[in-house]
Design a protein around this ligand. Structure first.
Ligand code: S3P
Length: 750
């Protein structure tokens, strides 16, 4: 973009920085500065911020492409009136005021309407410094500029203002005027008002300002903005008084609640307020730092560059010792859900602090549930009862987690409020019709995209009716979704499954005192009961242990114990399949934890042979196939997998992605519609060549290829591994601990 003439009215930090940034970007030929003070204009010329000084506004704006009004907002009407004689209808005018309603009103007063060449704007940038001397050409880089065009603004005028701000490095977005003023009242004007008021209250009572001698970081952090320009803030408060009053009302209500809680020592309310605030503030910090869980807000994440985590795994590793892998993902999700819906306080131990389970936890916090932790796997949930959830403030973002989205949709379908579930790029491609369809049959009002993918929009307030649902696919998520909806339905809800799938929901509901009957392939419950809080010990996740079961089975000399692993028979397909292949696996110290069987698993190297994987084992090992493909490639003879079409709709198309990666590593593998035929390898030989493989953001694919390095002839690098944090955040640490040569590094991805 190239502008011929730009006029800056009000040559302070904001106007001066815009001028010097346009110049630095080579986006303007001539800049005219216009200010009341001759001193300011002189300085602007000396610094090279402007090319010409013109105290007469009407003269200054003549023939300009663009005028930026960057004077105090209280002067807007007067300045527009003064520039009117110099305007010819071609010059585009914008402003930089932090309130927009009054700027629109000023324009109407002067021109009788909002002219089509007027595009109000607001750069969200500034500094404690002021004046033209502080002009900084980088002030707007990566900062937001909000434009609030009106219905009458001409598209070419909006485009011109937008391009000018983009030329100086800003992210431009548009909003309507009322929304802008509400948002700014809450996020900027109210905090300034409070800071001024607090400092004044304290200062008034203490003439010598003695107490400030004792003020430490808390006071400084909270009140920094009270040293901002008083007359500027006076104008802003006046200009946005209606929106500020509304947000002040809400703040006063919140403060009164907290005051009452402190006075009556109501710990639950106090901790509720503070935990929610802490989480929200931490969330904001990570959002700004652009780290993983910051993705809680997709709008933000679209604008961010994520780091690409690459794993590098080299041959020569070993697998020995004793480790406890992180908590079971499925059970962790359910502990939060049922704990939140129970009456009373549920304490959880061994909770998986991975992104997926944290997404569920955050969703319930967003629905008003007080949850303390997680702190080293300990979580305390203050249950609100089956009917105590509150409407969330916005869409519930569940990241990469299919379990959160599918189970939550069952619960949300039965609530009195509307809700929306959104996810990351991978989850946004996964099928949700499988939960939306049965829920609709129960009477829910639920919408997905046309192809059945997220977001899921749910209209609350629908009475659900019980039903018998014959599931078309073996899915524990679908079964759990329907059963959770059934808690609210009128009558008995049954789910009939085509093959056994994990039954953690049924077991945990019983643990919370809710009767669930299981009869062969049918699980049933009757709506209208209640859940009583309990304590939950989450066992280690067999799906995470699986990578080590395979690792120890393929490398000679391996001898490893995996402690306190959940061995629910609906999850032990991986052990059964590996044993059929000849693995040496024994269970020790079997016991029970919270209704789930657990044991230590002892695994030693043994030569593996290829097999035809029995189809009845497929749903019992559904998450373990990436690791099992690696085992098959190390086995003598061919392994054939069939009946596993569900693998194509996991976090990635696991059949295709594993086949692509294994081919890169020299493995003879043929993908089929519902499985794969995997050529094996002679004992004692390297099963894999080195090379670079892509995990496509699928945690289990990334970890499987790390295991492959044990039998590789050269280094394997694996791209896009950040999502390992969804299910197994300390995978690299534990893999290194047992002797696998793996490291993780981050590179910036565009
Ligand atoms: C899960 C069920 C399985 C599994 C997923 C967790 C659960 O999904 O793959 O990782 O916690 O219910 P499906 O129900 O889609 O098979």
């Amino acid at each position: 973009m190239m502008l011929n003439k730009v006029v800056i009215v009000g040559l302070g930090l904001i106007g001066g920085s815009f001028a010097s940034a346009l110049k630095a970007a080579g986006a303007v030929n001539h800049i005219v500065g216009c200010a009341r003070s001759a001193e300011t204009l002189k300085l602007g010329l000396e610094m090279g911020v402007i090319d010409e000084a013109q105290p007469d506004i009407a003269e200054a704006v003549k023939g300009a492409d663009l005028v930026l009004l960057a004077a105090p907002i209280g002067l807007t009407e007067m300045l527009l009136k003064k520039m009117q004689p110099g305007l010819d209808g071609k010059t585009v005018v914008t402003d930089a005021g932090s309130v927009k309603g009054n700027v629109i009103a000023a324009a109407k007063n002067v021109f009788g309407c909002v002219p089509d060449w007027f595009v109000p704007g607001h750069p969200i940038a500034g500094s404690e410094q002021s004046g033209v001397a502080a002009s900084n050409p980088d002030l707007y880089k990566n900062h937001k500029v909000i434009l609030t065009p009106t219905a009458t603004s001409a598209p070419h005028a909006v485009a011109l203002v937008s391009k000018a701000w983009q030329a100086v490095g800003a992210d431009v977005l548009t909003m309507d005027v009322e929304r802008h003023d509400e948002v700014l009242a809450a996020t900027s004007h109210l905090p300034h008002l409070l800071a001024f008021s607090l400092v004044d209250t304290l200062a008034k009572e203490d003439e010598n300002l003695e107490i400030f001698r004792y003020a430490a970081g808390g006071f400084r952090d909270f009140t920094r903005i009270a040293s901002s320009d008083a007359s500027m803030w006076h104008d802003i408060f006046v200009a946005n008084k209606a929106a500020i009053s509304t947000t002040l009302d809400r703040f006063e209500q919140g403060l009164a609640t907290l005051r009452e809680a402190v006075e009556s020592e109501d710990s639950e309310t106090m901790l509720g307020v503070m935990t929610r605030a802490k989480v929200a503030r931490d969330h904001f910090t990570t959002m700004l730092a652009k780290r993983a869980y910051s993705k809680a807000n997709e709008i933000e994440s679209n604008q961010m560059t994520e780091s690409n985590i690459v794993f590098t795994a080299s041959p020569g590793g070993s697998v020995t010792g004793a480790i406890r892998v992180s908590g079971d993902k499925s059970i962790s999700h359910r502990s939060i859900m049922l704990g939140a819906l129970a009456n009373g306080v549920t304490e959880v131990q061994g909770f998986l602090e991975g992104e997926d389970a944290l997404a569920t936890l955050q969703a319930f916090r967003d629905m008003g549930v007080v949850i303390e932790g997680p702190t080293q796997g300990d979580v305390k949930i203050f249950g609100v009862g089956l009917h105590g959830l509150q409407a969330p403030p916005g869409p519930l973002y569940v990241g990469n987690s299919g379990t959160s989205m599918r189970l939550l949709s069952g619960l949300l379908a039965a609530q009195a409020f509307d809700s929306e579930l959104t996810g990351d790029e991978s989850l946004s491609k996964r099928p949700m019709g499988r939960v939306a369809n049965p829920l609709r049959e129960m009477g829910a009002s639920i919408e997905t995209c046309e192809d059945g993918t997220p977001p899921i929009k749910i209209q609350g307030g629908q009475g659900l009716k019980a039903m018998q649902y014959k599931m078309p696919m073996a899915s524990a998520q679908v079964k759990s979704c329907v059963l959770l909806a059934g808690l609210y339905a009128d009558g008995e809800t049954s789910v009939i499954e085509p093959a056994p799938t994990r039954d953690h929901t049924e077991r945990m509901l019983r643990g919370f005192g809710y009767s669930v009957t299981t009869d062969g392939d049918r699980a049933s419950l009757t709506g209208g009961g209640s859940l009583q809080a309990t304590n939950i010990d989450v066992p280690a996740d067999i799906s995470s242990a699986a990578f080590f079961l395979v690792a120890a089975s393929i490398i000679p000399g391996a001898d490893l114990t995996l402690k306190h692993v959940g061995i629910n028979p609906t999850r032990t397909g991986v052990i059964n399949i590996l044993k059929l292949m000849g693995a040496d696996i024994t269970l020790e110290n079997a016991s029970e934890a919270g209704g789930e069987p657990v044991a230590d698993i002892h695994v030693r190297y043994a030569p593996l042979k290829g097999i035809n994987i029995p189809q009845d084992q497929v749903p019992l090992a559904i998450d373990e196939f990436p690791a099992l493909f690696v085992a098959a490639a190390c086995a003598e003879g061919q392994t054939v997998l069939t009946g596993a079409e569900e693998l194509r709709v996991k976090e990635s198309d696991r059949i295709q992605v594993m086949a692509d990666g294994l081919k890169v590593l020299g493995v003879d593998i043929q993908p089929t519609d519902d499985g794969a035929i995997i050529g094996g390898c002679e004992q004692g030989k390297a099963a894999f060549a080195g090379g670079h493989v892509e995990s496509h953001g699928d945690h289990r694919i990334a970890m499987a290829f790390v295991v492959a390095s044990l039998r590789a002839s050269a280094e394997i690098t694996i791209g896009n591994c950040a999502n390992v944090a969804t299910s197994f955040p300390n995978f690299v640490e534990l893999a290194t601990q047992v002797g696998i040569n793996v490291s993780s590094s981050a590179t910036r991805a565009g």
